[in-house]
Design a protein around this ligand. Sequence first.
Ligand SMILES: [Zn+2]
Length: 220
Amino acid sequence: MVTEEELANMSPEQIQELQKQNCIFCHIVSGRVASKKIYEDDKVLAILDINPLNPGHMLLLTKEHYQIMPQIPDDIIAHIFMVAKKLSHACLRALNAEGTNVFIANGAPAGQKASHFMVHIIPRMKADKLTTFDLSEKKVSEDALEQMRIPLKNKVNDLFGIKEKEPFFVDKRDKESQKKVYVEKEKLENKPAEKRQEKNNKELNLDNISSFLIKNEPRK
Ligand SMILES: [Zn+2]
């Protein structure tokens, strides 16, 4: 086991290598661990989950070791969803499933158990009583919706390179704290591009690499 200190001194390439060595799904991709293959090409591998939520539950893996979605190049993610569509269609036709869930656990708080990115394709039947997805709706105020909509929209614009930006909504009941969020966001947005990039890279390393390796053992 690698200590936190050793990890802190490793280069991103060394960390990546270590992750691959410890990743059961990388071993499945390389063929060192046997699997029930459904589909394979140069970018992805689809296998049956040996602990399925429903019979026919498939795992669509990237051949490269990525942990979470933001790390995956756009052309690969496009390819992944093209394959996911066909796998989902096959569930309906070959297994007589009445529906499918196409599901990504992106990060540990979302239920991600393995450090290797994957898409779950889960055949569904009306009567299957699968309770994995709690889809109970929450009541939220118009203000709360706006407070989600504006930062999301601004960030998405930013990711697409669209210049348009809406100011943050200021809640009348809590002006001071809202203002603070707004001002801090502004400060960040006004930093030169390289600085922002540097911050983004740092965030990615912190959330995804060291914390993942220490806390999450590879899924058995
Ligand atoms: Zn892996």
